[in-house]
Structure formats: C-alpha cells, structure tokens
Design a protein around this ligand. Structure first.
Ligand SMILES: Nc1ncnc2c1ncn2[C@@H]1O[C@H](COP(=O)(O)OP(=O)(O)OP(=O)(O)O)[C@@H](O)[C@H]1O
Length: 264
C-alpha cells in the first residue's frame, strides 16, 4: 500500500545504535503514521526502549536519520529539543514519578517548565483535569505515588505525559505488572484517549492482548531492525522465526480467542 508522506509523523532511516561491541540496531527503518497506535514488539533486549529513546532525543544514535513531526530529532539546537519535548508525552516503564511530590505536583512539573507564567491555581486545575482524564479519582491529585496502587501510578504517569496536550504519546510497557483486568482497563483508556484527542501512540509492549485489542499496526524488532510493520493480521503471517513463535505460541492463541470473544 502506498504511504502518504505527509502523514508520517515519525520517520526513522538507517538507524544504528551500538554499545561498545554490541550492535543493538543496524540500518533500522520505521515509519509511524499520524493518528495510529503502533505496537512495538520484540524479544527482551531487542532494542525497543533504545529505539524509543533515540526517537525522543534521549539518546544520540551512532548513525541514521530520525524525523519527528517534521524536525530532525538528532538536532541539539535548543528550539528543536523544546519542540520535540513539548509535542511528546512519555510514560516510562517504571512511571518515573517523583516520589516526594504528590500526583498533582508531578503533573504540574511539565506545566511549570513550559508555562511558568500560569498562576498556581490554574496549574492545579489543569493538573486535576489531566488526573481525571487518566481515569483517576479527583482525590488522587493530593496523594503521593507511594499511596497509589501500581495501576493508579501508571495512570498518574499517563496524566503527566498528557500534561502539555502532546499529539505524540510514547508508552513503554504500560500494562507490565498489571493484572489482566487492570491491563484491559488501561488498554481501553489508551484507545479512548487516542480517539478523543487524535493522538499518535508509540506503544512498546510484550502484551499480546494489547496488540489485538488496540493496535492499528505492529512493528516487530528482530535481527537489529524492524522486520515487519503492518496490521496484525499481516504480521501474524510474516515468515520469521520470532514472529511465528510469538504469534502462534500458546499465549497468542489465547489472546486471539479472547479478542474474537469480545467481538462476537
Ligand atoms: N545505557 C546502556 N548501556 C549499555 N547497554 C545498553 C544501554 N541501554 C541499553 N543497552 C543494551 O541494549 C540492548 C537493548 O536494550 P533495550 O532496553 O532497548 O531492550 P528492550 O527491547 O527494550 O528489552 P526489554 O523488552 O527487556 O525491555 C540490551 O542488550 C541492553 O543491555
């Protein structure tokens, strides 16, 4: 299928990342389309997080080109860095909340950086709005992260990622550590927010249920590159040992059956 070039919000070409002797990515290409949820999968250590860090500018790759929303993500110019930072929300694997700040104060951190002119009361209201948007009860805003469950902490991290209304959302294993019901609820939240806010979502996951439930496309990292990036029905049929093991092992069958069950 032809790709509409104007619709590509993340374009990676010839990416190479190495750590000493270890080559994590070699000549990796990836396109992410505007408004899609792309699930990024691959074995442990395949380089999913390093790819995300390269795209959001937290890691300078050894070679290759990365364009995010039309700007060069490798550019160290402060305006370019700010542009990318303002337009991307990130939920890191561990939530990365400041433990000594309340949930509301955590959400206010990016707001303070970006809009220091806002009065405290307005910043508080905006944080409260994001906390509710992330599906947390209003009283969570004054709690410390340690007073929340794992699932609620993820939602608090999501509220902070959404603080600046970014069009691009990066999620690193958002359902890891959640029970199946909590994970399904989080998937549902991501889908609802993506549709309501028109987000593009780059979602690293090991969770097959998430792929089947909410992802428009799936990119598979293997052999140091993206071996396939397509709708899940196509990826399932892709002839690659890791893909076949992942999508046709016993856990995959269970996930497919569960999805078919909800659609029936
Ligand atoms: N700062 C670093 N220094 C050295 N090696 C690193 C560093 N960051 C990542 N690596 C290595 O790069 C490889 C890819 O790591 P990455 O975290 O991207 O994998 P991943 O696909 O996200 O894995 P997982 O699914 O287990 O989270 C790993 O072998 C890791 O050890």
């Amino acid at each position: 299928m032809a790709i509409d070039e104007n619709n590509i919000v993340i374009r990676v070409r010839g990416l190479t990342n190495t750590f000493g002797e270890q080559i994590v990515h070699e000549n990796l290409d990836l396109d992410v389309r505007r408004g899609e949820i792309i699930g990024v999968v691959g074995g442990s250590g395949a380089g999913k997080s390093v790819l995300m860090r390269s795209i959001i500018g937290l890691r300078r790759p050894d070679a290759g080109e990365i364009e995010v929303l039309g700007v060069d993500a490798r550019d160290e110019d402060e305006d370019v860095r700010n542009h990318i930072q303002r337009n991307t929300g990130v939920l890191f694997q561990d939530g990365a909340l400041f433990s000594s700040l309340s949930v509301g104060e955590n959400v206010q951190v990016p707001l303070k950086e970006e809009h220091p002119e806002l009065p405290d009361s307005l910043r508080y209201e905006l944080a409260l709005l994001k906390v509710k948007l992330a599906g947390l009860p209003a009283d969570a805003v004054n709690k410390l992260p340690s007073q929340l469950s794992g699932g609620m902490r993820k939602r608090a991290g999501l509220a902070r990622a959404l603080a600046l209304d970014p069009p691009l959302l990066f999620l690193d294993e958002p359902t890891a550590g959640l029970d199946p019901i909590g994970a399904a609820a989080f998937d549902e939240l991501i889908l609802t927010l993506q549709q309501a806010l028109g987000l593009t979502v780059f979602l690293i996951t090991h969770d097959l249920d998430t792929l089947y439930a909410i992802c428009d496309r799936v990119a598979v990292l293997a052999d140091k590159r993206v071996v396939v990036n397509a709708p899940i029905e196509e990826v399932e049929r892709f002839d690659h040992p890791w893909v076949q093991e992942y999508f046709h092992g016993p856990r995959a069958r269970a996930a497919r059956t569960a999805t078919a069950g909800t659609m029936a």
